[in-house]
Design a protein around this ligand. Sequence first.
Ligand code: DQA
Length: 141
Amino acid sequence: MKMVLIINGPNLNMLGRRPKEHYGSLTLDEINQKIIEENNGHFDLEFFQSNSEGELITKLQQAISYDAIIINPAGYTHTSVGIRDALEMCSGIKLEIHLSKVDERETFRRVNLVRDVCDKCFQGKHENSYLEAIRYLKSIL
Ligand code: DQA
């Protein structure tokens, strides 16, 4: 079975308490449950969340040969050369996810260090950004 890592960065463990107009109202556990339902046994899914840049980088290194990585780097999207460099080494399909319309928000969020090392970006649809990514992977893998 093809291996897919779903990896979430800082503050995404606090979904449900973050501004709903940007991030929706579901918790991360509820989103992960929806991802499992959308996947419907198609891929072997592994979930990981951390608030720490180093832990995220170590997990990406462990997933270097996975078939796909679905990543929401959260605030590190805009700052982390380390996460970008780790992603660049990963050989599978890499999908960048954002719950909010990150390209249309504050100017500092338009700095994006991961976009060009990812194959595609799904953003602005709250939890549906993740579900669209799963559907996309099903269509190509
Ligand atoms: C986010 C957007 C980021 O700018 C922000 O720092 C986040 C979440 C999103 O999913 O919309 O924490 O990645």
